[in-house]
Ligand binder design. Structure first.
Ligand code: GUN
Ligand code: ZN
Length: 438
């Protein structure tokens, strides 16, 4: 019943701006209400504040949900994930290029079957809801049907999702490669059917430089030039073997990034997954264009790709996002992604604070994806996507939480010890999407 007014009374945490990387958040960046209230109607947030301040202004017939023992945050955002790889998570013992050939490409071939894509789209969205992720930027397979299946499922649930059909016209099995221009035509059809429909947006999706010809990359750039409201997602500089291959395939480009620059693929709505092996010049060029790098820590650890230099990226003013990169990632959960991000940071001498982490999962990802006019914050006018967190979800978590004295400690404990049991409820578009059983 989304037409009614609803109010949730809970602890409420949201960010208004980047808290920085210091132990204490920058002044004014954190919005926290210990006895807070979140009021929404018709899928949009009406007001957020202290319960006692909001209470006198509430409509008489508002439905109040009292969850004062829970912590409410904006729904988590995953900037880079492959829904078609859910069932090959945890495939043993390979780095990127072998992993793609042995596990990933054969798996993605299965999505030629629409019924399979339909089933997996629902399985994937169920999993996202279970971990509190309300928005994701999603790779489908190269089959246009896999995109129709995904968007149909997301639309039915009222979710804000970005997705696109993989473009790949070479270096993969026949049943996965598309035709150079046929793949672009299919993308155009999907854009006209889905981009801007309800809460959905289209991401032009060349898989990565090695699996598209220059002609296809150029044509993908043409789509972006025709419609600057489109997103772009691809992979960049993840693995050293990949770098050598790109250098061989594109001898006229001075580096990997230039392959994408030459086709007009680097802009403010572009997401480049990984970006591990970059120099400062490349970071600078990405920053100047407003493009973002998706840091995918659990994937980088799983495939042995390398340790992302988050500080160098931040120092260059580069937009960063945080992502699971399932199926190379080992966990869909934003909390698990933060844990892996912290571990990568430790190995680089740049530990991730809980402030920076939860900001990244919410407002940071929303801003870097140009979605912050709709999601990422709990504030008047925003779409009502939020997660209700149970900080005492397991005996061990409860025990550790009971020792915390500050919100900062609680949040850090949550990011290191929390898992899907801590996600008590997930709401999106003002609708309850998931409630943990028992
Ligand atoms: N590079 C090209 N394709 C992929 C993919 O599916 N996963 C990852 N992690 N890297 C890629
Ligand atoms: Zn990926």
């Amino acid at each position: 019943d989304t037409g009614r007014d609803w109010l949730m009374r809970a602890r409420i945490l949201s960010f208004d701006s980047d808290p920085g990387d210091a132990d204490s958040p920058r002044e004014g960046s954190v919005v926290y209400h210990q006895d807070g209230a979140l009021w929404w109607a018709n899928g949009r947030i009406q007001a957020v504040g202290d319960y006692t301040e909001l209470a006198p202004r509430l409509p008489a017939d508002i439905s109040i949900i009292d969850q004062r023992d829970k912590l409410v945050m904006p729904g988590f955002i995953d900037s880079h994930v492959h829904y078609v790889q859910l069932e090959i998570m945890a495939s043993y013992g390979r780095q990127l290029l072998d992993w793609l050939n042995e596990y990933t490409f054969p798996e993605e071939c299965r999505f030629a079957q629409f019924a399979h894509a339909e089933k997996m789209a629902d399985v994937f969205l169920d999993e996202l809801m279970r971990v509190g992720t309300t928005t994701a930027q999603v790779f489908c397979s190269s089959h246009p049907n896999s995109v129709d299946a995904f968007f149909t499922a997301a639309q039915r649930r009222g979710l804000c999702m970005l997705a696109g059909k993989v473009l790949m016209d070479r270096h993969a099995p026949d049943s996965l490669t598309d035709d150079t221009i046929g793949g672009i035509r299919d993308s155009e059809r999907l854009i006209s059917d889905w981009h801007g429909t309800d809460r959905l947006g289209y991401s032009v999706t060349p898989r990565f430089a090695p699996t598209s010809t220059r002609a296809q990359l150029d044509a993908a750039g043409g789509l972006l030039r025709n419609d600057p409201s489109l997103w772009l997602q691809t992979h960049l500089s993840e693995n050293l073997g990949e770098l050598d291959w790109v250098a061989e395939l594109f001898p006229d480009s001075r580096d990997y990034l230039e392959v994408y620059e030459q086709s007009g693929l680097v802009g403010p709505r572009s997401t480049f997954a990984h970006g591990i092996h970059l120099d400062d010049g490349m970071r600078q060029r990405l920053a100047e264009r407003g493009a973002n790098i998706a840091f995918c820590p659990s994937s980088n650890l799983f495939l042995g790709s390398g340790l992302f230099d988050r500080r160098a990226a931040r120092d260059t003013g580069l937009n960063l996002t945080l992502a699971s990169d399932i199926g190379a990632g080992t966990d869909l959960s934003g909390l698990a992604t933060l844990k892996a991000g912290y571990q990568v940071g430790q190995l680089r001498g740049q530990p991730l604070t809980a402030w920076a982490g939860f900001h990244a999962l919410t407002l940071g990802n929303a801003q870097s994806l140009s979605l912050d006019d709709r999601i990422g914050r709990l504030a008047h006018g925003m779409e009502a996507d939020f997660v209700v967190i149970d900080l005492f979800a397991s005996p061990l978590l409860a025990r550790r939480m009971s020792r915390c004295q500050t919100l900062a400690e609680e949040l850090f404990t949550l990011m290191m010890l929390g898992d899907d049991r801590a996600i008590y409820e997930t709401w999106a578009g003002g609708r309850l999407q998931h409630r943990r059983s028992a």
